[in-house]
Write a protein that binds this ligand. Structure first.
Ligand SMILES: O=C(O)CCC(=O)C(=O)O
Ligand SMILES: [Fe+2]
Length: 318
């Protein structure tokens, strides 16, 4: 019986410890399927302790033995510095080595090659206090399209848990659908965009939360709110919003406290400060995504903290 079937049979029979022992033995003996399986278990903390660096080590072995799926996964780990040191060049080399036999790698590589990293991006300052700026032409059309295409199948409505009933109820502030490119969902196209945002904002790539995509259809909106979070010391100092399409009506980003409404063109980036010089939330940064009245509005938001933030390192969220 192939190892995969043996593992399934053991798990099906409730013999999880035996399944882990088998996979560990086979992985050590050089079986790439077992190496990949063990890496996944270590990432989920399933049957074995959660161990991201250990997962990367097994992916390395499987990749070195020629397993394309492992190399593909490694591109994301190196691009985002998850479980290993950040190494975007290594990520790109791995992707390049895969392009001829993995369709998804070929498609990503083509987008990377079509876009020359923009150098002379101009911005206009719309408000000094709070700081609000719009940067023109941050994304190439192929990049904003990639964001939409990658996000679309993963969009989910925003819900919150109602404290009274304990039930999932529609989010009271945000009626759009959304998704995030978390550490393992960030392909090299998204990674390069995130690095560009860091460069333009004078911040570090590793300080920001995962790129968060929102799609609004007619009637949907993001009611007035501040992005700063209650009770955290690693505050959301800046918000960068990428406009990922155009041609919709309504949907301006409004700052009611300073009487400002912004509509970016596809590829533009809105940047604003959420905190006062002493680090506290700035009430004047209050903003809303006004209701869309026709068409669809797509944006991608990067909330930038004051220092390192990583979704898998809970201490960095506080
Ligand atoms: O949709 C908008 O224009 C605003 C989005 C927003 O406030 C956010 O992503 O934090
Ligand atoms: Fe916001």
């Amino acid at each position: 019986m192939a190892i995969e079937q043996q593992v399934r049979a053991l798990i099906g029979a409730g013999r999880q410890a035996d399944a882990v022992a088998l996979v560990e033995r086979e992985a050590a003996g050089g079986d790439t399927w077992s190496q990949f399986c063990l890496a996944q278990w270590k990432l989920q903390g399933q049957g074995v302790p959660l161990d991201v660096a250990g997962a990367v080590a097994w992916l390395e072995r499987a990749s070195a033995a020629g397993m394309a799926q492992a190399s593909m996964a490694l591109t994301t780990f190196y691009a985002t510095g998850t479980g290993c040191s950040e190494n975007p060049e290594r990520a790109r080399e791995l992707l390049q080595s895969l392009r001829s036999n993995v369709g998804f790698a070929e498609a990503q590589m083509r987008v990377l090659e079509q876009v020359v990293e923009p150098q002379d991006i101009r911005f206009e300052t719309l408000s000094e206090t709070p700081l609000v700026r719009i940067y023109r032409g941050v994304l190439a059309p192929v990049e904003s399209r990639s964001i939409r295409e990658l996000a679309e199948p993963l969009l989910e409505p925003s819900f919150v848990i109602d404290p009274a009933s304990g039930r999932r109820i529609p989010h009271p502030v945000r009626t759009s659908t959304g998704m995030s490119f978390g550490p393992l969902g960030e392909n090299l196209v998204i990674n390069r965009i995130n690095r560009r945002i860091a460069r333009l904002t004078g911040t570090e790539y590793a300080w920001a939360e995962p790129l968060h995509v929102l799609r609004y259809t007619p009637g949907q909106q993001y009611r007035a709110h501040v992005d700063a979070l209650p009770g955290v010391s690693n505050q959301r100092k800046l918000t960068a919003i990428l406009f990922c399409n155009q041609g919709f009506e309504g949907g301006e980003t409004a700052f009611p406290q300073i009487g400002l409404e912004v509509r970016g063109n596809e590829g533009d980036m809105l940047l604003f400060a959420n905190t006062l010089p002493d680090g506290r939330s700035d009430p004047a940064s209050e903003h809303a995504g006004l209701p869309v009245t026709a068409g669809e509005k797509w944006i991608a938001t990067r909330w930038i903290r004051q220092r390192r933030y990583h979704p898998w390192e809970p201490e960095t969220a506080r």
